[in-house]
Write a protein that binds this ligand. Structure first.
Ligand SMILES: O=C(O)CCC(=O)C(=O)O
Ligand SMILES: [Fe+2]
Length: 191
């Protein structure tokens, strides 16, 4: 369990596949994972909608939501207690105050759902993501003079990743369509 450990402690279990990305395996236990899965499934998840385009993944926002219609950050329902509690534990791992993470985004990727290449909206800052239910591969790419430089990072269930700095700003990320259901909970600061 990585929770008492500073994510940046050199002797810690965190690894940095690209500068600014940190990954901690087994950040939570299997029982807690099951509880979080139930919470996510009980949340008011809706298909991600971008104009006419409807994504296959299901999402729910708390605290802050990006309004794709207006191209700006908007308010969202307050964080429920269970997310507040999780935020209290996870934020210190990124060396931040819990309140800095103003947004919580729940996502469920049922079979066939993924997320295409993107950088997170620039209005948001650091991203802390908890990966649940099934192994996934976070693909990263950044444009070079000749094509893309690429990385693939395995996200085991119950792992926690942090995106900041170069990994957050210079690289795009995506997750290929899942064969089995995966869930994630991401927390974001405002820039
Ligand atoms: O599901 C994840 O872990 C990543 C989601 C993501 O990249 C996003 O919502 O911007
Ligand atoms: Fe993202």
């Amino acid at each position: 369990m990585g929770f008492q450990r500073d994510l940046f402690a050199p002797e810690g279990q965190a690894v940095a596949p690209v500068p600014g990305m940190l990954l901690v395996e087994d950040a939570i236990g299997a029982e807690e994972e099951r509880a979080l899965e139930e919470r996510i499934d009980a949340a008011p998840l809706e298909p991600f909608q971008f104009g006419q385009w409807r994504g296959k993944r299901l999402t729910a926002n708390y605290g802050s939501a990006y309004d794709y219609q207006r191209g700006r950050v908007a308010e969202a329902p307050p964080l429920p207690d269970w997310i507040e509690a999780l935020r209290m534990r996870l934020a210190p791992l990124a060396g931040r105050d819990p309140q800095d993470f103003v947004q919580a985004l729940l996502i469920r990727y049922d079979p066939g759902a993924g997320i295409g290449w993107h950088r997170d909206r620039p209005q948001y800052g650091e991203v802390l993501g908890l990966s649940l239910s099934a192994p996934a591969v976070l693909r990263l790419r950044r444009r070079r003079a000749q094509g893309f430089e690429r990385r693939s990072i395995e996200l085991p269930p119950r792992s926690l990743y942090l995106l900041r700095g170069e990994a957050r700003e210079a690289w795009e990320h995506s997750i290929a369509p899942m064969a089995v259901t995966r869930r994630s909970l991401t927390l974001r600061t405002l820039r």
